[in-house]
Design a protein around this ligand. Sequence first.
Ligand code: GLU
Ligand code: ZN
Length: 311
Amino acid sequence: MIKNTLIPQTYRGRFAPSPTGALHFGSLVTAMAGYLEAKSKNGEWLVRIENLDKPREVPKASYEILKSLEIFGMEWDHEVIYQDQREHIYENVLINLKKRGLTYPCTCTRKKIFNSSITGINGKIYAGTCRNKTWNIRNSDAVRIKTNNSAIEFNDALYGEVNQKLENEIGDFILRRSDKIYSYHLAVVIDDAAQGITNIVRGADLLYSTPSQIYLQKLLGYSTPAYMHLPIALNNQGEKLSKQTKAARLNLSNPSKQLFNAASFLGQKPPIELLRDNVLSFWKWAFLNWSSDKIYKTSNFSLARIKKSNA
Ligand code: GLU
Ligand code: ZN
């Protein structure tokens, strides 16, 4: 067979940490799976720092995250992008959606929403209280997108089919908060499109956020990437490892051990000798042996647990 050398490189993945703290074991798992998926498909792997939520940003965390990736031997392609440099782009998209009558201002307090809404699969379902507000959106208003109930479906590489009716199950979600911070959903969709991301690998805590993102992609004429959501690393209390649950930062003095543990978590069964070997030997082994089919689909892969952690 003749190989067509003009076929452009197709796979492009990314790692999109929020600099709310140093990397912990859960972030290493996500980075590793995304990196190995990309490299096993001859693809590219980009890094984007999601630092829009300034009140939650920890000084130097971005720098430390990138430094840690280097110490762990993960080499990203292209330049790292920072979301706080891109606010004008998010603003323009918001203007476009507003002109099309797809957004509205919301003045509900957190408390009001908390008390008056039912809890769905991904948290409180906003009841659309402010949908009929027609005034021009003020700086102090939150901005919501109008959703509807046409089914949004996607096929996750590990979880299989996910199906959601946004209006009933999620509600009109926020695009810009009342403190003027652009929402994760808005920014992630714009940036994945801008960076030409074809494949998204991330934690399963975002599984039920994906239909909202697909909805925005459709409204904005972007293509929808393929998704692979990963089992979530939990602590002894069954909570997701995160800054909020005080997950320990990764020990950078023994990266081989951390890599070994992350690969084991991902069901890859690395040989025990790698524990005492260097980072390069780990990746040499991992590039040859990685298979997402080996990721455990039991225990930690329980949807019930994920639902609970989001409630
Ligand atoms: N910044 C998000 C987080 O750290 C990840 C977003 C994503 O991968 O879509 O949880
Ligand atoms: Zn409202």
